[in-house]
Unconditional design. Structure first.
Length: 703
C-alpha cells in the first residue's frame, strides 16, 4: 500500500472522526471491513503515545495527573480510539460475525493481548501508580476505589514479577486469549452446522403450530421442502418439549449435548483442558494456589469455602424437593408409557410438560398468544416508566447493524437524555446463541464536566415472526427479556465519574442482582395485565390464567436449582485444581457435579465444551454468582413486595444505591445502604416454597 493510499484510508476511516449521528452513535452503515484493523493499530499507537507522555511527566505523581488521567484521558481526542473500535468489533463478533471477521479476530488477538501486557507490565507506569497508592491525598470513596482497582489491577497482571515471570505471563495470557476466541468460534460453527430436516408430516406429531410454522419458514429460507429444526433455542426447546417421536427428541438432545466433542476441527476438548491449565499457571505465577483463589479475592464470596458453603446449603435445601419432582416425572411417564419405561434426559422436558398440564393445565403455548413481542417491549419499557419515570422513543435515524435491531432513545423523568438502547431479538446464522447485554459506549464524566451517556445493547434469541404470525414469546422468553433489561438499566442509570467504575463494572457476583431482580415481575399479576393482550382479539390475559402461572411458579424449582448448582460445582472443580490438569474432560465433568445430579449420566454428553461462561465469557471460577445474586435479588424484591411492586420511593432507593453507583464502593456497602441490612437466604427459600426447617440441617442466615 503506497503513502497516498494510506492517507486516503486514514481520512475516510469512520472510527477516526466524529460520527455525525444522533448522540454520536456507531454509524454501522458506513463501517468498511478494512476500517477495523487500521483503527485497532492506530488505537494501539495512540495508547503507547499517551502512556509515554504520562511516564515522562516531570510533575510528582498525583491522583489527578496519574490515576484519573489514565481512566478518563482521551489523549488528544474526545474519545479513546482503541475502546471505540474494540467495543464495536467485540459486539459484532457475538451478534453479526462472518468468516472474514473470525479470521481478523484470530489475527488481532495476540496483538491486542501483547498490547495489554505492554501496559500492565510497564515498570515506569506502575511506579507512578504505586507512588500515588502510597502517597495520595485524602480521597473520596469513588476515588479510593479507582486507586485501589488501578494498583491491584497492575499487581494482578504481573507488575511485581521479575522479568522472567513477566515473560512467562505474557506467553500464558496470549495463548489463553487465542484459545478462548477459538473456543467461541468453534461453538458457533458447531451449533449452526446442525439441522434436523423433516419431510414427513407424521414426524411433527405433538408439536405446536408455532413451532411447525417456524420450521417451515426455516426450510423455505434454505430452499428445502418440509421443515427444518435447529439448535437455536426457539427451535430446539419446543421440539424437545412437545415432539412425540422419542427417537427424534433423542437425536436433537444428543446433537445439542455433544457439540464440539466430535472428531473434527471444532472439537473443544483439548482447548478446555489447556485453558484450565493456563489459568492455573497464571494464578500460581502471581502467588495464588489456584485460579479460584485468584478470582475470589475480588468477589463478594471472598474465598472458595464460602462458595462451596452456598452451593452445599442449596443442595441441602433443594435436593429433597428435586428428588420428589423427579419421582413425579417417572410416575407420570410410567402411567402413560407402561411399567418398563425408563426415563432418559430427552424425556425430561416432554414429561415435565405433561405433568404441568395435569397439575396446572398450563404450558408455554397457552401463553404465547398473550406475549406478542411488540406488546412485551411496551410492557417491559412501561415497567421502567412506572418504577423510575424513564421513557423510550424508537429513533430510526440511529444506524443499526442488522434490520432486526431496533434503536431507542431513553429519557429520564425530567425529560433529559439518559441513554441509547439497542435491542436485537432474533437468531440468525452469524449470531451466538443465548442472551446478553453489552455496551457500545460506557458512561463517564469528562474533564469538562460533561456526563457522557451510555449506549447499551440487548442481544437475545427469541422466537421469530412467521409469514402469518407476529413474534409470539414464551413466558421464559419474557423472563429473559426482563433479565437482560435489568442489566441494561444498570448500564443506563450509571452516574459515576470514572468509566472503569460505571454501570456493570462491578464484582461478578454482584452484577447479576439487577438482572435477576427484574425477572420477579414476570409472574406479577399487576405487571402482566399492563401488556399481555391476545394478539388477535386484544383480550387482556385472564386472571384465571395468571392464577395458574402463579401457582405453577415453583414447578420443578428443585431440579432447576440443582441444575444451576451443578454448573457451579463443575466450574469450581476446574478452577480449584492445584496441580496440572491431565484428566479426560468428559469423565471429570461427570464426577465433578455428581452431588447435584439426579439419575444416571450419559457417557458421551459434555457441557464443558460448550460452557462459554467459564471458558470464554469471564465467569471462570465465578458461575456460582448466579445463585449468589439470586439470594440478593430475592431479598431485595421482598422489600418491593412489602412496599408495593411499583413503589417509586423504593425504586428510587434501588436506583440511587445500586443501579447508578456501579463499582464505586464495596457491593455489600451499597446493598446495605439500599436494604438497611445484609441479605439472608430466607426470601429465596420462601419464594421457592422450600421448607427450611426440614431441609437445611445446618442453617445459616446470611451470605
Amino acid at each position: 500500500m503506497d503513502e497516498n493510499k494510506i492517507e486516503k484510508v486514514n481520512r475516510d476511516n469512520i472510527f477516526f472522526t466524529a460520527y455525525g449521528t444522533p448522540h454520536d452513535t456507531v454509524p454501522f452503515d458506513r463501517i468498511r471491513f478494512e476500517d477495523y484493523e487500521e483503527a485497532f493499530m492506530e488505537g494501539i499507537r495512540r495508547d503507547d503515545e499517551s502512556i509515554e507522555k504520562l511516564i515522562n511527566d516531570p510533575e510528582e505523581p498525583t491522583f489527578e495527573n496519574t490515576i484519573a488521567r489514565v481512566d478518563i484521558s482521551k489523549g488528544e481526542h474526545y474519545y479513546d480510539l482503541l475502546d471505540r473500535v474494540s467495543n464495536v468489533f467485540s459486539c459484532m463478533m457475538s451478534a453479526e460475525t462472518s468468516d472474514e471477521m473470525d479470521a481478523l479476530a484470530q489475527k488481532l488477538s495476540p496483538i491486542l493481548t501483547q498490547h495489554a501486557n505492554d501496559v500492565t507490565l510497564n515498570k515506569a507506569l506502575f511506579e507512578r501508580i504505586k507512588y500515588v497508592y502510597e502517597h495520595h491525598r485524602e480521597l473520596t470513596p469513588e476515588e479510593q476505589m479507582l486507586l485501589d482497582k488501578s494498583y491491584d489491577g497492575f499487581v494482578r497482571s504481573g507488575a511485581l514479577l521479575d522479568e522472567a515471570g513477566k515473560d512467562q505471563l505474557r506467553k500464558l495470557t496470549e495463548e489463553a486469549g487465542m484459545l478462548s476466541l477459538q473456543f467461541s468460534q468453534n461453538l458457533l460453527k458447531e451449533n449452526k452446522a446442525y439441522t434436523l430436516h423433516l419431510t414427513e408430516e407424521e414426524a411433527l406429531d405433538g408439536l405446536p403450530q408455532t413451532a411447525i410454522d417456524a420450521a417451515a419458514q426455516a426450510a423455505r429460507e434454505q430452499n428445502l421442502e418440509g421443515w427444518v429444526f435447529t439448535l437455536d433455542f426457539p427451535s430446539y426447546s419446543p421440539f424437545i418439549t412437545y415432539a412425540t417421536r422419542r427417537d427424534l427428541r433423542e437425536q436433537m438432545f444428543m446433537a445439542r449435548n455433544t457439540v464440539c466433542t466430535h472428531d473434527n476441527t471444532e472439537n473443544n476438548l483439548a482447548i478446555c483442558q489447556r485453558l484450565v491449565n493456563l489459568r492455573r499457571e497464571m494464578a500460581q505465577l502471581l502467588g495464588f494456589e489456584t485460579y479460584a483463589d485468584y478470582v475470589l479475592k475480588h468477589r463478594m464470596a471472598s474465598n472458595v469455602d464460602n462458595v462451596y458453603k452456598l452451593l452445599n446449603d442449596l443442595i441441602d435445601a433443594y435436593k429433597p424437593t428435586a428428588e420428589s419432582e423427579k419421582q413425579a416425572l417417572q410416575e407420570i411417564a410410567t402411567r402413560l408409557e407402561g411399567e418398563d419405561f425408563k426415563m432418559m434426559p430427552w424425556d425430561t422436558a416432554f414429561y415435565s410438560h405433561k405433568l404441568q398440564m395435569e397439575k396446572y393445565n398450563l404450558d408455554a403455548e397457552m401463553l404465547r398468544p398473550y406475549f406478542q413481542l411488540s406488546n412485551v417491549i411496551k410492557g417491559v419499557f412501561g415497567l421502567a416508566t412506572k418504577l423510575y419515570g424513564i421513557t423510550f422513543r424508537e429513533n430510526n435515524d440511529i444506524p443499526v447493524y442488522h434490520p432486526d435491531v431496533k434503536a431507542y432513545e431513553v429519557f429520564d423523568r425530567d425529560g433529559s437524555y439518559l441513554a441509547v438502547l439497542y435491542a436485537d431479538f432474533h437468531p440468525r446464522r452469524g449470531k451466538q446463541g443465548g442472551a446478553w447485554m453489552t455496551e457500545f459506549q460506557g458512561q463517564w464524566i469528562d474533564r469538562k464536566g460533561n456526563n457522557v451517556r451510555p449506549h447499551a445493547s440487548l442481544v437475545m434469541n427469541f422466537t421469530k415472526p412467521t409469514d402469518d404470525k407476529p413474534a409470539l414469546l414464551t413466558l421464559g422468553e419474557v423472563e429473559t427479556f426482563l433479565h437482560e433489561f435489568g442489566h441494561s438499566l444498570h448500564g443506563m442509570f450509571a452516574n459515576t465519574r470514572f468509566e472503569s467504575l460505571s454501570g456493570t463494572n462491578v464484582w461478578w457476583d454482584f452484577v447479576e442482582l439487577p438482572s435477576q431482580f427484574m425477572e420477579n415481575y414476570a409472574v406479577e399479576r399487576d405487571f402482566l395485565r399492563t401488556f399481555a393482550f391476545h394478539y388477535e382479539t386484544g383480550e387482556v390475559i385472564p386472571d384465571e390464567l395468571i392464577d395458574r402461572i402463579i401457582r405453577s411458579r415453583n414447578f420443578m424449582a428443585g431440579m432447576a436449582c440443582l441444575r444451576q448448582v451443578s454448573f457451579g460445582l463443575l466450574d469450581m472443580a476446574y478452577y480449584t485444581k492445584k496441580d496440572a490438569f491431565s484428566e479426560d474432560i468428559i469423565p471429570f465433568e461427570k464426577k465433578a457435579w455428581e452431588k447435584a445430579i439426579l439419575g444416571k449420566q450419559l457417557p458421551d454428553t459434555c457441557m464443558t465444551v460448550q460452557f462459554s461462561h467459564i471458558m470464554a465469557g469471564g465467569y471462570a471460577a465465578g458461575y456460582y454468582s448466579y445463585k449468589w445474586a439470586e439470594v440478593l435479588e430475592a431479598d431485595a424484591f421482598s422489600m418491593f413486595k412489602q412496599n408495593g411492586i411499583f413503589d417509586q420511593e423504593t425504586a428510587q432507593r434501588f436506583r440511587d444505591n445500586i443501579l447508578s453507583k456501579g463499582g464505586t464502593e464495596h457491593p455489600m456497602t451499597l446493598y446495605k445502604r439500599f436494604r438497611g441490612q445484609e441479605p439472608t437466604i430466607d426470601a429465596l427459600l420462601m419464594r421457592n416454597g422450600i421448607d427450611r426447617e426440614n431441609n437445611v440441617p445446618n442453617k445459616s442466615s446470611n451470605l
